[in-house]
Design a protein around this ligand. Structure first.
Ligand SMILES: Nc1ncnc2c1ncn2[C@@H]1O[C@H](COP(=O)(O)OP(=O)(O)OP(=O)(O)O)[C@@H](O)[C@H]1O
Ligand SMILES: [Mg+2]
Length: 362
């Protein structure tokens, strides 16, 4: 039986001050571009400038001219509200590119409109992060995406790896660390040792699933229909995976009352939201056990000390730390910057490109 409530030792340095993320040395003016192209949010890092874009992965087109009319926050506001001359697209579904044209246009737009207008495409390296189970064909498609707008040096790395580095984990040690990234479209679970993934799994249960489950619950149990943005807001306000809720908070949500088809509002309790989310979290725990079962024994014993690092927007749900500590009986550390640590990790991976046995922090 694994021991309970150990202190966390998987991270060599956890404070911002301690992390040694100097800007990479410019090598013959090569620009390093790190992209966390997520289902829900995209973060763009450029060497010398840091994070230059951190907005929703949404793009809106004029249907007639095919020109981009909005990206990021501005495009997200248009979801569910556009007329038939405007097309609002999320280019990714469950962590994989589902609309190649939109993804290409979105990426090209955010890179070319970044504050850095001095990028020489011939002297730039792009690193795009992907989910842990991306097939060879999907990886090739990601590389082609960047090369299609003129940058030919393109790398693809798993977000779970970049995220662990961004959290301050020294993944280059001969010590195993378990990382869980609860994103918007997928939850990735990976065990890292010697700078790379030893075992991993990716499942299509994450933030968007939680929103959809809330929509279904309200529709079938409360006769009330809400849209995806309202569901996300409700989740952000009330989501918890705590067993015991002392003061059962509630929130009001607007939508359509299905009994008479008219606009209305209802009040939803935190315990209702918790019960809806619990099914998804139990599935995630089951997947973590599968990864642990597939681990070589030496690494399993490391994980008892190094514990679990949890990253991604889903890690901000109230009670996540306690939930995984109780379920896995392992120490848990939450990311200090769950939405940006993957982009921060790309700095190190770009600097170290492919050389996993050399620790790049020194
Ligand atoms: N405070 C919060 N509480 C709960 N969930 C949150 C909170 N803030 C953001 N989220 C959720 O986190 C998710 C986005 O997380 P993240 O940016 O890590 O996903 P992503 O990288 O775009 O997706 P993926 O990696 O799966 O492709 C969204 O579903 C969002 O609703
Ligand atoms: Mg992500």
């Amino acid at each position: 039986m694994l021991s309970l409530k150990k202190t966390f030792s998987g991270v060599s340095s956890t404070t911002k001050e301690d992390r040694k993320f100097e800007e990479p040395q410019q090598n013959n003016d090569i620009t390093h571009i790190g992209i966390d192209l997520g289902t829900v949010n995209t973060i763009l890092y450029i060497s010398g400038s840091g994070i230059v874009f951190n907005e929703p992965s949404v793009v809106a087109f004029d249907k007639d001219t095919k020109k981009i009319i909005a990206v990021g926050h501005d495009a997200k506001k248009m979801i569910g509200k556009a007329h038939d001359k405007v097309e609002v697209v999320r280019p990714l579904t469950h962590g994989a590119v589902s609309d190649k044209t939109a993804a290409r246009a979105f990426l090209e737009h955010i890179i070319l409109n970044s504050p850095r207008q001095d990028i020489n495409k011939q002297k730039a390296t792009v690193l795009i992060c992907c989910h842990a189970d991306l097939s060879a064909i999907e990886r090739k498609a990601l590389r082609e995406l960047a090369s299609s707008f003129g940058i030919t040096d393109v790398l693809v790395e798993e977000e779970v790896k970049a995220g662990a580095i961004g959290m301050g984990v020294d993944i280059f040690r001969a010590i195993g660390t378990l990382v869980i990234d609860i994103g918007g479209g997928s939850t990735d679970i990976g065990v890292l040792s010697l700078g790379d993934l030893v075992v991993s799994r990716s499942i299509k249960i994450a933030g968007a699933t939680f929103d959809n489950e809330l929509i279904k619950y309200l529709k079938f149990k409360r006769n009330f229909e809400i849209g995806p943005s309202s569901a996300e807001e409700l989740k952000i306000q009330l989501a918890t995976v705590k067993n015991e809720i002392k003061d059962d908070k509630s929130a009001t949500v607007s939508g359509r009352d299905l009994r008479h088809g008219l606009p209305g509002t209802i009040t939803v309790k935190q315990t209702e939201v918790r019960d809806v989310l619990m099914k998804s979290f139990r599935t995630i725990v089951g997947e973590v056990f599968k990864v642990l079962e597939a681990c070589p024994p030496e690494i399993s014993s490391d994980i008892m000390d190094t514990g679990v690092c949890i990253n991604g927007g889903g890690s901000m749900i109230d009670g996540v730390k306690e939930f995984f500590e109780n379920e896995l009986e392992l120490p848990v550390m939450l990311s200090a910057e769950p939405l940006t640590s993957i982009a921060m990790g790309t700095k190190v991976l770009l600097k170290n490109r492919g050389n996993y046995l050399v620790k790049p922090y020194d």
